[in-house]
Design a protein around this ligand. Structure first.
Ligand SMILES: *Cc1c(COP(=O)(O)O)cnc(C)c1O
Length: 457
């Protein structure tokens, strides 16, 4: 059979709202042109994020009922711990309420002022947690990632020559290296096993631990299976275990590749580091056997972690994302290639090439997507990563719009609707005149920033 179908059937449905364009224009104006401020009841197709938005399985819902809510030593914790150990293989496991809690604990316990944390590309909250500790979040994406339209299969790789240089010059200032798999901010692109092996060898040479930001480890593992020599016969779980065998620990937002609506973890080999982190965890997240989660969450996450490496699921997941990408590409929309695992990224500077960086092309496109077709998506570019230094803006390398696909939520006809809508928008894209900040907070500006339209559109 040629058609790759959803490897599930639908048992529970949730209606989606339909609004007219006039109403949507009013709603986004009231939201100060920030899609994060739109109540979801006004969004027809929500591609803002794949984080915590997935649909749980019947097994996970059954787990919710059987979750053990004991304060200490809950049965659900041991199930969680076992699932994590079986996937990651590290000695210690601590649950956290989500990924950024794990980042915050690690940063607070381990990172000192003046440190440098090199990585392929840090995720926004990771970068913010590193920077708030007075350290530098250093992105060293591979050279191939700069060309947004090439077909290079592992654009998530870290530039290992640049990493070596940084470690030679700053060995004492680097507490660990962090590889994000897949590379979310870099376009949802995978990191190859070869790149992980070299990174691991360099880290060992300098005596520096290698950690993974493993939010989408299963998608990364499946890309390795599809694209890297020697892995086509291995299962996604075997590949994931091999990835983690080259490192010393991992952080994870379990709202991604664990089918969780909430949850995160930190898993490490180091006794010394885990003790510091555990003490902080108790202070702000909770007792180490629940870490800010309910027993039912731990139960659902343990099951989700096993479901995510199912090959039929990953095959459908990667195929359905590239279905959206291929169709947008064939319409002449500039999209990052190859297509990522969880999302398709539109290159907004190229799509809205009549707009200057100051007019925030990516953000403007997200506003137009909502106004015109009721689709909510997320800018990963000028607003999210732009910096103000001495009163002047420094723009990031890329200004992307991410169409993130929630796991097991939308069907192919939902995606067809998005494709048709973007096609219609492309025909009148020159009408989009851009935005400017009316409020820009210091930290993670995209969540709460406000904007005004430049001109009438
Ligand atoms: C989502 C994400 C995080 C942060 O996790 P939250 O659960 O949203 O706090 C960190 N790193 C990556 C790569 C992510 O995708």
């Amino acid at each position: 059979m040629k058609t790759i179908i959803e490897p599930f059937k639908i048992k529970v449905v949730e209606p989606i709202p339909f609004l007219d364009k006039k109403t949507r224009r009013k709603i986004i104006a009231e939201a100060k042109y920030n899609p994060f401020k739109i109540p979801s009841k006004y969004v027809t197709i929500d591609l803002l994020t794949d984080s915590g938005t997935g649909a749980m399985s019947t097994a996970q819902w059954a787990g919710i009922i059987s979750g053990d809510e004991s304060y200490a030593g809950a049965r659900s914790f041991y199930k969680f711990e076992e699932a994590v150990k079986s996937t990651f293989g590290y000695k210690h496991v601590l649950p956290t309420h989500q990924g950024r809690a794990a980042e915050r604990l690690l940063a607070q316990a381990i990172i000192k002022k003046g440190d440098i944390i090199p990585g392929n590309t840090h995720f926004d909250t990771t970068q913010a947690n590193i920077e708030i500790s007075g350290a530098t979040a250093l992105n060293l994406p591979c050279k191939e990632s700069k060309d947004l339209s090439s077909d290079y299969p592992f654009k998530g790789n870290i530039d290992t020559d640049a990493l070596r240089e940084v470690l030679e010059e700053n060995r004492d200032r680097v507490p660990f290296v962090l590889l994000t798999i897949t590379n979310n901010s870099g376009g949802g692109q995978p990191v190859s096993m070869a790149n992980i092996k070299v990174t691991s060898a360099i880290c060992k040479e300098f005596g520096i631990p290698l950690l993974f930001d493993a939010a989408r480890f299963a998608e990364n593992a499946y890309f390795i299976k599809l694209r890297e020599n020697g892995y086509s016969d291995k299962s996604p779980l075997e590949i994931a275990r091999e990835i983690f065998s080259y490192g010393d620990g991992a952080l994870m937002s379990m709202k991604k590749d664990a089918f969780g609506n909430i949850g995160g973890l930190i898993t490490l080999n180091s006794d010394e580091w885990i003790e510091k982190i555990r003490n902080l965890l108790i202070l702000t997240e909770g007792f180490p056997t629940y870490g800010g989660l309910a027993g039912r969450d731990l139960e659902a996450l343990a099951i989700g972690l096993q479901e995510i490496v199912d090959e039929e699921y990953l095959k459908y997941r990667i195929a359905s994302t590239s279905y959206l990408g291929k169709h947008l590409d064939s319409l002449g929309i500039p999209v990052v290639k190859p297509f990522g695992g969880h999302a398709v990224y539109i290159d907004a500077r190229s799509f809205l090439d009549h707009l200057a960086n100051e007019q925030l092309p990516g953000w403007s496109l997200t506003v137009a997507m909502y106004e015109e077709i009721g689709v909510r998506c997320c800018e990963i570019g000028n607003v999210m990563f732009g910096k103000v230094v001495n009163g002047k803006y420094i723009w990031p390398d890329k200004d992307l719009v991410r169409l993130a696909i929630p796991r097991r939520v939308y069907t192919q006809s939902h995606v067809d609707y998005v494709i048709e809508g973007v096609a219609a928008l492309a025909e009148q894209k020159d009408r989009i005149k851009g935005l400017s900040f009316s409020y820009r907070p210091e930290v993670l500006p995209h969540f709460t920033a406000e904007f005004t339209k430049v001109g009438v559109w």
